[in-house]
Design a protein around this ligand. Structure first.
Ligand SMILES: [Zn+2]
Length: 78
């Protein structure tokens, strides 16, 4: 990754432009969402924290292991 690249995570949400298909007219064939009437937006830090908190124990253990392996700066035990 280059220094000028910022990693970003996205979440899939209902389209706010066509209101998940409820708006008609020019939004009947909305160009901003997929066939499920969903679109991707940048995940806030709060959403990421909620996602990690909601993981099952095995997945959370795996996440923490990978996090500490990939980012030695975060590991203050050494
Ligand atoms: Zn839409």
């Amino acid at each position: 990754m280059n220094d000028d690249e910022t990693p970003v995570l996205y979440i899939k949400v209902g389209c706010s432009l066509c209101m998940e298909g409820r708006r008609g007219g020019v939004f009947a064939n909305c160009a901003y969402c997929n066939h499920e009437r969903k679109t991707y937006i940048e995940a806030s830090l709060g959403e990421i924290a909620k996602y990690v908190a909601d993981l099952d124990n095995q997945s959370r253990e795996m996440f923490v292991t990978l996090l500490y392996r990939e980012s030695p700066d975060l590991n203050d035990n050494e």
